[in-house]
Each structure stands twice: as C-alpha cells, then as structure tokens.
Design a protein around this ligand. Sequence first.
Ligand SMILES: [Ca+2]
Length: 300
Amino acid sequence: MAVGCGDASDEGEPWAGEGGSTSTEPTSDDPPDEDPPDEDPPDEDDGSTGGEDESSTGDEPDPTDTADGSTGDEPEPSGLGCEGRDDLLLCDDFEDGSVDGSLWNVIEDNGVEVSVDEDFSYHGGGALRISLPSANAARGGLVHTAAFPVPDNHFFGRAWFYVGPTAPQTHSAALAATGQLDGAAARYRLDSNGGRFNSRYTHNPTVEQHGGLKKFGYDVPVEQWLCIEWEYDGPGSSMRYWMDGEEVVEMTVTAESEEQEWVAPIFDSFEIGWRTYQAAEPTDVYWDAMALASTRIGCE
Ligand SMILES: [Ca+2]
C-alpha cells in the first residue's frame, strides 16, 4: 500500500530530481566525482572535532533546540502502514510487490538494481531494496515530486533503514531534497562518509567547500534496522535528524548554528536510496515504512 497526497499526474514525467525538470543528466554541482576518496577519510571518527570539514560548523547546536515543541516531542505511535494515512504527505510501506510508479521515478545508474524485496522487510511483507555493485557513481533510488512544494516548505520524514553485509565506506548519499536556488540546484541531504552519517548541504554557487557543507555524525549500523527521521525546514534554514528516536544533535543545523547559512531552496523533489561517489564493496541497502509529513511522524 502506498499513498501520496498528490494525484498521479506526475506519472511518467521524466525524473526531475536533479535540478528540476531540465535534465536527467548529472548537474554541474553534483558530478559523480564530487568528493575525492580522501575527502572524508574512514578514520575520521570524531565529527565534532574533525578536520577541515568541520571548520564551518564550530558552533555546537544548543541541545535545548530540541525542546521547541514542534520538533522535539516524541510522537505517539501511529503505525507503520500506509492504509488510510491521509494525514501524511507521502507514505510507502512497499507492500505492493513492486515500486509504485504513480509515486516514484526509479533511478538505476551504473549497475544498481532497485526492487521491492518481499522476503526481507522491517514491516509487513516488503521493503525497497537497492542492490549496489562496486562501481563509481553507483546510484539507485526513488524520486518523488508530486507532494512538492510542501506546505511552508517545511517537512518531516521517517524511514527504516538497513544496510548489509557491509556499509559503504566511501562517500555516499542516502536522502536528498532538492530545489532551485538562484538558478542552481540546492540540496538538503543525508550522506555518509567512512561509514558515518552526516548532514549535508550542496549549492555550488555559494558553497566553496568541496562536496558541500557537512556535519557529523552517526555511525551507520550494519545488518540491523535503524529508524531514521529528518526535518527539513526551509524557512528556518534548519535540518535535524533522529536515529532510533534520539536527535543526533551533532548533525543539527540551524540558521544560527553555522558560519554559512544552509539556505534552502523551495524543495521540489525528494530522493531516497543510496549512491556511492566512489566504488565500495557490493552491498544491499533496504528502506521500509517511509513517510513524509508536516509534523514529526515517529518510528512506530
Ligand atoms: Ca513493508
């Protein structure tokens, strides 16, 4: 069962996830080699005091930011299924046996296979599976546009994540919300480097740091399900993540926390999947019980 707030009018529309509807080619601000392998060495295990990458993120976020009511309260369990969830902007529990083409455009670049696995899931009897070969710029995922723009350009997300048998150690991207800002794609993302999740912002005209601005982090668990929640607040230039229900404050971005504001575009698409900018060991990434909403959704 999968539901979206939009109708199916976007079905069949060319994938517009990378910089609007102009092209399906990689955009200039996000080439496959955007990050060299040594940009975020795997041994970087201290995101709060890391190397040059952290130079723009010296302001530790105020943990009290989590108590602002709209984002910090633990939601009441509302179930993981999508049946009847008209309160959500988008919901897919991958229970239909295949990818719902009315909601998603599928990306399979450089040998990646995207499918619904009915034998392995967190919830119910199906999950999205991204089978990654060892290849540069391997990219598999789903892009949704119909729910965008979202109210107030501000949304929350929730999805259950699994990777195995290994977690890619090279630079990878898992989630991305994209829009146009001053004529170029700007993205709020969840990436990983050296097996560690990080908040990420890319907008080539204004971000000089190679590979984008980033804040570490959270160790990517291997062969275990992880509930990932996120908040992308455009007007607030704010990004938050929760892992298994706990906010990862090291990854929290606000307009006040950064030397350079992470100016959000008007989000026009959302991508979930996995892409490796450099070759990693072959592995599988799974996503299940994903949803987008205007309020925090919760893990169960
Ligand atoms: Ca499922």
